[in-house]
Design a protein around this ligand. Sequence first.
Ligand code: 13P
Length: 354
Amino acid sequence: MADDLRAAAEMLVADGKGILAADETVPTLTRRFDTMGIESTEQSRRTYREMLFAAEGLAEFISGVILQDETIRQTSGDGVPFSEFLAGRGIMPGIKVDTGAKALAGSRDEHVTEGLDGLRDHLSEYRSMGARFAKWRAIIRISDALPSHACVSANAHALGRYAALCQEQNLVPIVEPEVLMAGAHTIQRCEEVTGMVLRAVFQALVEQGVSLESMLLKPSMVIAGSECAHRSSEQDVATATLRCLRRHVPAAVPGTVFLSGGQEDRAATAHLNTINQQPGPKPWKISFSYGRALQDPALEAWHGRKENLEAGRRALCHRARCNSAASLGTYSDAMEAGPARSASPGHRHHWHDD
Ligand code: 13P
């Protein structure tokens, strides 16, 4: 059992592979559809997800897809449950299991992620539906006074409890403590907070008896806040991110897979590439588990129209290919040339409410 979990965690970060996060809840996906005038119905969301999952050649770059509750209960047009559909294409199905970030009592503007009640039974059901891994996202906001110790410790504790339950139920936990990009903070402040959060998270994971060999970390990159006057260079992001991970992520963890967090899609790819190109030790695989940075161009290309399904699939595969190269440090701007790239600048989705 322990060996299976460890093998699954390692497969998710096999060379040149990363994860597609397609686990937006119904309200979040509806907001994204709304910006493009696409009606959000159970059927339109199903069609969109099938477009992504059926993209030709996706399994060459994508090891796993994170689903959410509605999607794991849906089927392909041919009536095959999505988890089975993905597994049949050599892609591991995973599932988002938290129930969202809720206001933290007594704190202004901070959140704690909920979903521990009844989680054992939910995990067991998802495992029986074919999920092999799970995801739980905590969010940490930076300001001059934040994050509070209460916010960091409550979220770290929940991540530890969640991860321990996942491993008990034979699912690989993806542990996602997202330090939000929103704000005017500097890259130095982001590094300080990210380090503090990672320290608390690993302390909680060890306390709860989580096997570090059978989990993945999904961190945010160390980067200046979106309203900071001084933008971080690619090199600054790579240096600070790697230094922070080296200081705080145990070598036993098989992989760190970044979230994109509102970075523009090509920036997320370039940052991942530069991180992988840095000299010096990298004891874990460094790859991606992007949501917006993989999906935005595909959603833009599709625009809810049947005749654009193929263009949507191509746009997804293009970003997946570029990020696969970035996970090996072999991405270059030249890869962006070609027909798959949409000419329009696209919609930027700065929020991720899940
Ligand atoms: P983004 O890459 O859009 O930040 O989403 C990743 C994710 O899974 C957030 O929970």
